[in-house]
Ligand binder design. Structure first.
Ligand code: 3HC
Length: 325
């Protein structure tokens, strides 16, 4: 299945000589590392790419609250509950900064939500997996937020000003999230055998989906070439995946846990780890809506949207009334 889905990226990125004057001036600014702001002229493709990526990123933050909120009521201590609650609230804030950044490009938050609910906009594959034990709160913070930071730190330096600026605070908060997850894992591995087994089980289930977060392999990443040219992306999916593996394996060793990959081995020549084959069939199945929790996640978002209708109508009615005064 994966082989059939791999498309040649075929993305022809124009060089400066092939561009119309507006586009050439735009690309020259990007090449000089000057930020593009919302009111600046931009090619339609740049606008579309940013709306696609930022809105999907925002949806990921919002949908990403669901697997963890499942454990707020069952956190083992009051302190852990307060920390988890704060983390989940942070994710809501991230979603809002990102929706605001996307709105500067001429799309409304309602339209973005409608695209999500209609299955036209994606959100990160990782949030279609279930949270089965408290150790999953540790594994999500450590691995999922860890992978998110790896991908998002470069986005602070991307060419679109509102996105780059939104990412500064998000990265700071994700860093706290990663540490709280690692702290949960530390506590569990220092506990009873049952607690350590729970931590290992969580690592076993979240490791491969965390590697998938970085996106398809470079050879089948349809958007990368153009996103590099526009300085939306600075590192390829495979580069960031490799960095994540290299950073995380020593952390697992410190925890005394085993990465569930029989092919994982240090490669002295390249100065990084070789790792086993990611199951890209599983990744594409999740993207097509067939992950373990896709239906549940979208139902939860649909319910929140329906339940909030009275509030949105109230806000609009008030704005309309004020406009008439
Ligand atoms: N899950 C879902 N869809 C994914 C995906 C993933 N893990 N990785 C790639 N895709 C999708 C792309 O969106 C694209 O689909 P589309 O054409 O319908 O939009 C398709 O697969 C092809 O992938 P490409 O590599 O060509 O796409 P990109 O160049 O956009 O690269 C990306 C993918 C690296 C995820 C990039 O979009 C990106 O950096 N996005 C911003 C970061 C982001 O969205 N992170 C979400 C992580 S979760 C999070 O932040 C919450 C935190 O609290 C943990």
């Amino acid at each position: 299945m994966y082989a059939q889905m791999v498309k040649s990226t075929g993305n022809q990125v124009k060089n400066l000589e092939e561009m119309e004057p507006d586009e050439r001036a735009f690309q020259t600014r990007i090449n000089a590392d000057i930020k593009i702001e919302a009111k600046d002229w931009m090619p339609d493709g740049y606008r579309r790419t940013l709306i696609r990526q930022i809105s999907q990123h925002a949806h990921s933050e919002i949908v990403g609250q669901l697997p963890e909120s499942n454990w707020i009521k069952r956190a083992p201590t009051l302190e852990r509950k307060a920390i988890l609650l704060a983390k989940v609230q942070d994710e809501a804030g991230h979603g809002l900064y990102l929706y605001c950044a996307a709105e500067t490009l001429g799309i409304s938050r309602d339209e973005m939500t409608e695209q999500l609910l209609a299955g036209k906009a994606k959100y990160s594959s990782i949030f279609n997996y279930p949270t089965l034990s408290w150790a999953d709160m540790g594994a999500i913070g450590w691995l999922v937020d860890g992978a998110a930071i790896m991908n998002q730190v470069p986005l602070q330096y991307c060419s679109f000003g509102p996105y780059a600026r939104a990412m500064v605070r998000i990265c700071k908060e994700e860093s706290f999230h990663q540490r709280q997850g690692f702290d949960i894992m530390m506590k569990l591995v220092g506990g009873t055998k049952a607690q350590k087994d729970m931590a290992q089980d969580a690592l076993n289930r979240w490791w491969w989906p965390a590697l998938m977060m970085f996106g398809p392999p470079d050879a089948s990443s349809v958007h990368s070439a153009q996103s590099f040219a526009w300085n939306i992306k600075q590192n390829s999916n495979d580069e960031l995946r490799q960095k994540f593996v290299d950073q995380t394996v020593p952390q697992a060793q410190h925890l005394g846990l085993e990465i569930p990959d029989a092919d994982l081995v240090w490669n002295e020549d390249k100065g990084s780890y070789d790792y086993g084959a990611v199951d890209w069939d599983e990744f594409f199945a999740v993207l097509s809506g067939n992950g373990p929790c896709n239906a549940e996640r979208l139902q939860a978002r649909q319910k929140a949207w329906d339940d909030g209708a009275w509030f949105r109508e109230g806000l609009t009615a008030n704005a309309q009334k004020r406009a008439k005064l």
